[in-house]
Design a protein around this ligand. Structure first.
Ligand SMILES: Nc1ncnc2c1ncn2[C@@H]1O[C@H](COP(=O)(O)OP(=O)(O)OP(=O)(O)O)[C@@H](O)[C@H]1O
Length: 255
């Protein structure tokens, strides 16, 4: 587990109509082993933030710091699960899962053994040799998640991991992630549009303003763990949801 700090990150894109400031001095801190969710209006810069943390984009100013080390612009420091599952269609579930080890020239045989040992935990027992096209949407997301976990980075970035799924599959995967969570021991930053999802999964939530993204609200989710989906009917849950909705709607009004 590791700490993650975003220090005064600023990012501007050059577009045909002029420069667009996407992130404007954004600060965030994620403690070791903490699960933090980021909610924000569409286009507020969440994916840009993740690309910067993953070293795929360089900020104009500011720093990404992991465990006290400045890793701004460095790739390979975090495990990143992008919005689309991005499984390679010609590879089996296991071969997709061990891709990071293959790319990094690690011990692939050991990674394959580890992937097979985890298949049951990821609801993929018996599907290790199947190609992605044979899997349901929920199974594909679990396979992509297995790949992210096997990256063996103490910090994981999850960008809308359940965004493309129907409501029932999504709720099932959230429940599954809750039950798996305790055993993973990772620091997580999750982007989601789904307020329920953020409350159910996270220890803390950042709400972003419309572009340029700044922090509109930071709240701690004081609901006890282990949590279950039944929480959505809880009064404390409803109160927090109303608070988050109000801040998001206020932001949209001035967008
Ligand atoms: N390479 C780029 N060049 C120019 N503009 C860009 C580039 N990448 C992103 N943008 C712009 O930056 C803004 C933020 O995009 P980003 O994808 O980070 O938002 P987001 O919050 O992840 O959106 P969503 O929730 O819809 O996925 C958008 O207006 C987008 O058009």
């Amino acid at each position: 587990m590791a700490t993650l700090e975003i220090r005064a990150i600023r990012k501007t894109f050059t577009t045909p109509t002029g420069p667009v400031v996407v992130l404007d001095g954004l600060n965030m801190q994620v403690a070791a082993g903490e699960f933090v969710a980021v909610i924000g209006p569409s286009g507020s810069g969440k994916t840009t933030l993740f690309n910067i943390i993953a070293g795929l984009e360089t900020p104009d100013a500011g720093a990404v710091v992991i465990d006290g080390n400045d890793v701004t612009g460095c790739r390979g420091q975090v495990a990143y699960m992008p919005q689309r599952d991005a499984l390679l269609p010609w590879l089996s579930v296991v071969e997709n899962a061990v891709l990071a080890t293959v790319v990094q020239g690690g011990d692939v045989a050991a990674a394959r053994r580890e992937a097979r040992a985890l298949l049951a935990d990821f609801g993929l027992q018996g599907w290790g040799d199947a190609r992605p096209a044979m899997l349901s949407g929920g199974m594909r997301q679990r396979a992509a998640f297995l790949r992210t976990v096997l990256w063996h980075r103490p910090v994981m970035l999850l960008d809308e991991p359940f965004g493309a799924l129907d409501a029932l599959t999504r709720a099932q995967l959230q429940q599954w992630l809750l039950s798996l969570w305790d055993r993973l021991d990772r620091t997580v930053l999750l982007v989601t549009h789904d307020i329920d999802e953020a409350i159910i999964l996270a220890d803390r939530i950042y709400v972003l303003t419309p572009r340029p993204a700044r922090i509109a609200l930071e709240v701690r989710v004081e609901l006890p763990r282990p949590r279950s989906y039944a929480l959505v009917t809880d009064q404390a849950f409803a109160r927090l949801k109303r608070q988050l909705q109000a801040v998001l709607m206020e932001g949209e009004r001035y967008a």
